[in-house]
Ligand binder design. Structure first.
Ligand code: HMG
Ligand code: MG
Length: 301
């Protein structure tokens, strides 16, 4: 087993972490969070989502977030776009990378973006083409890769099919989303093995939610398969509407701790990251869900 020497973290806290927060989080707080994350050494930060504000009210200030971003050398701020309207708004706001999001579950696709998987892929074609014409990179997400809250088990082959369709259309990277955290390590390995027969492993990213406490184990399983890009969220922000009190995305601190233990470089300052987790969770009125942040904060006294 050879583990990757370097890992790139895609910090999704400002988008995935905050999108389900019930109380409005101010644009100023979102911008302060992004600034602090950059100071921690994170270089790819998913900043916001140009989606319907009726569907996701918390992302309604997407254009203001983009307008307030101070350019930093080496940093990129991808944003989600579900359709051409979203892409146009993202381009007008100066986005240099966007992400489209599909699912491997029909029911989830309907509930999340109000169309079938096939319709979503058709919808993404012009989005990807127009983004490429504008020299804007496109990432592709597949949700429900290790299970669906409505349909239960999802076949790895179904995931591979959607991942390949997005890759063939021009997505530079495919992020595999364990949306509700049903995954376990051996299933994660089986999934990656199956998807990697269609999409090169170096083009895959792991996006694990920690609802059942398996996310770090799944990151380790994916690392063993050769995946070297992971989406993480500071403080484990995110939560799951179906599981009250459950953590959200795998916490960035937990993954940084894992990588440190494995001797893998990811360029992130753990102390600063823990400060940032404590700060943003304080803004939201709770303690960080991350075990590593809790332990390091307790040690500081
Ligand atoms: P729809 O209702 O079918 O869309 O929603 P529509 O085209 O009929 O438009 C309805 C209204 O929304 C119209 O406004 C449009 O103008 C407006 P009205 O005329 O009623 O005033 N609209 C928009 N406004 C702003 N930006 C846009 C946009 N598009 C339409 N881009 C739609 C379809 C896709 C728009 C909607 O379902 C939607 O926005 N869904 C997004 C849901 C979402 O953001 N989910 C979370 C992100 S995915 C995720 O978290 C998973 C991930 O983390 C990976 C994992 O964990 O698995 C990525
Ligand atoms: Mg997610």
């Amino acid at each position: 087993m050879t583990l990757p020497k370097k890992v790139r973290l895609v910090e999704v806290g400002p988008r995935d972490g905050l999108q389900n927060e019930k109380h409005p989080v101010s644009t100023a707080t979102k911008l302060a969070l992004i600034g602090r994350l950059i100071d921690c050494g994170l270089t790819t930060i998913e900043a916001t989502a140009f989606v319907s504000p009726k569907w996701v009210p918390q992302m309604a200030d997407a254009a203001q977030v983009m307008a307030g971003l101070a350019p930093r050398e080496g940093a990129s701020f991808p944003v989600l776009v579900p359709n051409e309207k979203g892409l146009e708004a993202a381009l007008a706001a100066g986005a240099s990378e966007v992400a489209v999001f599909a699912a491997a579950s029909e029911t989830f696709s309907q509930k999340n973006i109000n169309c079938s998987i096939k319709e979503s892929l058709e919808r993404f074609k012009p989005v990807i083409n127009k983004a490429k014409e504008a020299n804007v990179k496109v990432r592709g997400y597949v949700s429900c890769v290790l299970g669906c809250p409505y349909e239960g088990e999802i076949a790895p082959l179904a995931v591979a099919e959607v991942a390949w369709a997005l890759f063939e259309m021009g997505c530079h990277e495919i992020s595999l989303g364990d949306t509700v955290g049903f995954g376990t390590p051996e299933k994660t390995k089986e999934l990656i093995e199956t998807v990697a027969r269609r999409v090169p492993i170096r083009k895959l990213a792991g996006h694990f939610h920690d609802t059942y406490g398996m996310a770090v184990a799944n990151v380790y399983a994916a690392l063993q398969m050769g995946v070297n890009v992971f989406d993480t969220s500071v403080g484990g922000l995110g939560g799951c509407p179906d599981a009250k009190g459950a953590p959200g995305n795998v916490a960035t601190e937990d993954v940084v701790w894992l990588l440190k233990g494995l001797g893998i470089d990811c360029g992130v300052d753990l102390d600063r990251l823990v400060d940032t987790a404590a700060w943003i969770c304080g803004e939201l009125g709770r303690a960080p869900a991350s075990k590593v942040a809790q332990a390091l904060l307790a040690r500081r006294g």
